[in-house]
Design a protein around this ligand. Structure first.
Ligand code: FES
Length: 102
């Protein structure tokens, strides 16, 4: 049977688990549900505009579309964490240089 100290222990554990769950959900909502896609890139600018010359692209270049990349505007794979955390399915835009000239 449970005694007074057991109740206190289980209530403490349940409180800790509940607090951790709340913080996790709150964190996900803060990142995923704010209505904004850009949470960190050039926030001091009125509009984020990136210019890259086509001649400077490699054979395959991945551009970020989730706005989470530390290498923005290039994809660094951070979209995988975003998708897992937010239940989303975003991925990069791949620019592929044609190699055939026919
Ligand atoms: S890191 Fe943003 S699409 Fe890959």
């Amino acid at each position: 049977m449970f005694e007074g100290r057991d109740y206190i222990r289980y209530i403490s554990i349940a409180g800790a688990v509940g607090a951790a769950a709340f913080i996790g959900v709150w964190g996900a909502m803060k990142i995923c549900g704010s209505g904004k896609v850009n949470h960190k890139i050039d926030k001091h600018e009125a509009k984020v505009v990136t210019k890259i010359d086509i001649e400077d692209l490699g054979d395959v270049t991945a551009f970020c579309r989730c706005w989470q990349s530390a290498k923005f505007p290039l994809c660094d794979g951070t979209h995988n964490k975003h998708n897992k955390d937010c239940g989303d399915n975003v991925g990069p835009l791949l620019m592929n240089r044609r190699t055939d000239t026919s």
